[in-house]
Design a protein around this ligand. Structure first.
Ligand SMILES: *Cc1c(COP(=O)(O)O)cnc(C)c1O
Length: 396
């Protein structure tokens, strides 16, 4: 037998974390890493945040799981908080981002079903998008690395260029249900939608009775310095998928919708055994109480500005490695020069300088720190980036 007990789908690196302390991870041999990957935008309160740890421990001792057969005081309370702070009127809790996107797609299809327009099934999505790894969510992308060998995929998707409003408008036809889009693309390369693009999609939806579905799994939940990234654009969606930061490390996602958009989601149309169980709700509430307030969000914006400026200042000194900075809030991407491969540079930062980052499309290094970073962590990150650029030798 040569297959490993863990199905070998991840090219796992040599870092083997066994403990977390705030913004640091500690490996098996006691080595420390500055964690500016945050479990890919998940650990927004860092590792071992006392409020989150206590909420989970207390809830685990009180009541961990019951079925959605029963009433959920915990779910009602948390859903109410999300509704009060967002465009949404209703929430479905999931265990992951892909499930939240699946729920969003199902909600859109049901909407047109009960509207008496069952032909409107096509969802228009965008190049470089990432929506998850289920059959439905890979169908909403055009990336061969995610789709190869999994055909036949789910019909009813069309992919057009990101940030190209005219292409989006032209793709709309009598079978279109709406658009599925990340306000800031994460895996695709930390690329914000332009103001005109996102506002234009909203306008097309309004004019033609279509649904705007946002995937804020990565860019939402305080990451950009607003509760949700679409708040930077002055628009609201009809349906939105959320996950990653919402549980702060506990597996939790949510599909939020307006009352109108969710009108097809009646008894029996959807479900999840674990979704929104008391333990997940306790984690979600604890993160919400710490992060979803003006003071916390203002701090994320300030830290984001500082980190971005500091990286911008680095570029001229290391212009054979770094090209430019992009992103929003604490969702920062460093585009590297063509000759430098993002994956190799991420590995170099990790193995030789103890800094954890993540690669992304378009040769970008993703900097996704916990949202509770201090100035000292920013300084440490910048120092490591600078040292990393100085010592990097591209493979030739
Ligand atoms: C991570 C991510 C997903 C998928 O979330 P999972 O929890 O891995 O299923 C979907 N959309 C976006 C934008 C993401 O970044």
């Amino acid at each position: 037998m040569t297959i490993t007990p863990l199905m070998p789908v991840y090219p796992r690196c040599g870092v083997r974390p066994v403990r977390g302390e705030g913004c640091y991870l500690i490996g098996e041999r006691g080595e420390r890493y500055l964690d500016f990957a945050s479990g890919i935008a998940v650990n927004i309160l860092g590792h071992g945040h006392p409020a989150l740890v206590k909420a989970i421990a207390d809830q685990a001792a009180t009541l961990m799981h019951v079925s959605n057969l029963y009433g959920s005081p915990q779910g009602e309370a948390f859903a109410q908080k999300l509704v009060d702070k967002s465009f949404a009127d209703t929430v479905f809790f999931t265990n992951s981002g892909a499930e939240a996107v699946e729920c969003a797609i199902k909600t859109a299809r049901r909407y047109f079903h009960v509207e008496g327009k069952p032909e409107r099934t096509k969802i228009i999505s965008f190049t470089n998008a990432f929506h998850g790894r289920t059959l439905g969510t890979i169908s909403a992308t055009n990336q061969p690395k995610m789709r190869d060998g999994f055909e036949p995929l789910l019909p009813g998707f069309e992919v057009v260029p990101f940030n190209d409003l005219e292409a989006a408008r032209e793709a709309v036809d009598a079978t279109t249900a709406g658009f599925l889009v990340e306000p800031v693309q994460g895996e695709g390369g930390m690329t914000p939608a332009s103001q005109d693009f996102l506002k234009g999609l909203r306008q097309i939806c309004d004019e033609q009775g279509l649904l705007l579905i946002l995937d804020e799994v990565q860019c939402g939940y305080c990451r950009t310095g607003r509760f949700f990234a679409h708040e930077h654009y002055g628009i609201t969606p009809d349906i939105m998928a959320v996950a990653k930061g919402i549980g702060g490390g506990f597996p939790l996602g949510a599909c939020l919708a307006t009352e109108e958009a969710a009108k097809g989601m009646v008894f029996g149309t959807h479900g999840s055994t674990y979704g929104g169980n008391p333990l997940a709700m306790a984690a979600g509430e604890a993160v919400f109480e710490v992060a979803v307030n003006d003071e916390f969000l203002a701090n994320v914006r300030a830290k984001g500005d500082r980190l971005r400026q500091a990286i911008e200042q680095l570029i001229p000194n290391h212009d054979s490695v770094f090209d430019s900075v992009r992103g929003l809030g604490l969702m920062v991407g460093i585009k590297l020069k063509d000759a430098v491969e993002a994956r190799a540079f991420v590995a170099h930062l990790r193995d030789n300088h103890g800094l954890l980052t993540v690669g992304a499309g378009e040769n970008v290094v993703r900097i996704l720190p916990p949202l509770v970073i201090e100035d000292s962590h920013i300084a440490e990150c910048v120092e490591k980036l600078s040292a990393g650029a100085r010592t990097f030798e591209p493979a030739s």
